[in-house]
Design a protein around this ligand. Sequence first.
Ligand SMILES: Cc1ncc(C[n+]2csc(CCOP(=O)(O)OP(=O)(O)O)c2C)c(N)n1
Ligand code: SF4
Length: 502
Amino acid sequence: MENENKAAVMDAESSANGYEVIHSKSAVFYDLYERKSELKHQTHYCPGCGHGIAHKLIAEALQDLGVQDRTIFVSPVGCSVFAYYYFDVGNVQVAHGRAPAAATGLKRACPESVVISYQGDGDLAAIGTAEIVHAANRGEKITVFFLNNAIYGMTGGQMAPTTLVGEKSTTSPFGRRPANEGFPLHMAELLATLVAPVYIERVALCDNKNIMKARRAIRKALELQKSGAGFSFVEILSPCPTIWGKDPVEARRWVYEKMVPVFPLNVFRDCQPQMPVNNAPLQRPTPDVLEITTSADYAAEPTRQHHHHFKDLSIKIAGFGGQGVLLLGQLLTEMGMREGLEVSWLPSYGPEMRSGSAHCHICLSKERVGSPLISHPDVLIAMNELSLRKFASHVHDGGLILYNRDRLPDDFEKPRAQVMCIPAAEIADKLGSAKAANIVMMGALLEETECLSAGTAMDVIEDKVKRVALLEIDRKALAAGRQFIDHEAHIGAVTQPDGFAE
Ligand SMILES: Cc1ncc(C[n+]2csc(CCOP(=O)(O)OP(=O)(O)O)c2C)c(N)n1
Ligand code: SF4
């Protein structure tokens, strides 16, 4: 990332004509938009679109405030869905309308970051009405830029909650009628009825003077967040020449002549609210909430610290619901936490209580985990054949697959990863409960990869399993999984003599 403005390019021809055109681009934008499949030097926005102007004003403000490296930009669904093509900051693209909820999580998890929720009027004022109202009401310390172009742009011009009375759209072909579709929603005014927000302003991208006002409002909102203030919201009336069927100049004029009278430009809130004094901490630390012990608690016990020979290790566990797939993931993440690692656990499961598919992603890392989603795990624990067939090819070359059977299916196309067949269910069954197959797999994983210590595993299991009989089976299952790797894996339980699938 550069910290200065990108090189200004002087138009030589215009210079010869006695004037200079200076094109400059904020360093907060990527040089080239590599994430686009084509036309990587230009944005996907239509000529004259307000999104382009708003992006530029935001990028310049982030650069001038020196917060590029700690900004997280949450893009919505709508024409600005691809904002992450352009902004060289942390980017998250979220489901329709959910940007304020995602921004809430990001800001609470990383309070030092500057979190922007960027949304259109369909996204914010239709499907996302609840999210924005509640985020504002909670006074989340985020900044929301609300691009109001009075229409759904991306999907071809359906009526938005902000569509003007009488304005035609594909879903109000005779013009919006209040008796049928209600009146336009005034989001800035609506949010200004709440106690918590610190700054709410409406601006318009209709002429240079107003664009400069928008520039100031955008800066102010971001400055407030930088200084630790609460919820800031800037509504930006924005031209959409394409859907409105106007050229860019006419579209700007339309913003000024038609939109501004309905959505008056104003500062609706500019003060820090008096929050009730509460001596208790507002947010309890996560370990408190989860009632778990952290690495800090273990600092006094150096024996707890396991030697981790990896920087990060990603594991996918997959199988049927009821096989303890998700629980195994939780146990591993808790073990990682107790050993002082950064961890994440991302579950995914069907609606069925039993026998639906279930899988989870686990990251164990010495550094903060960027994303809990794993496309190519280092290790796959496949608790059934379906999961093996579905996910084996996702595992890194040279990665490891632990398969819950004594051999691979005959017609199985060999992956490049090492495969170890462990009849975990059978082993667990002999110990007293097939349900402990997940713990057999845990033992095998720990023994084969040495990623976490068996001592930590037993401590976690003892804390979690309250039934004495079950605890005894789990203890044996853990040992059996480890023993299987040590004593049996090399004498035929592994499909190929060297443990590799080909
Ligand atoms: C759950 C869901 N419902 C509906 C859609 C279809 N959809 C995509 S964008 C959009 C509205 C976009 O309008 P707006 O938020 O005003 O943004 P603009 O494109 O005008 O910038 C809709 C309804 C969707 N993608 N997901
Ligand atoms: S359709 Fe409208 S909002 Fe979407 S990019 Fe084009 S001008 Fe912008």
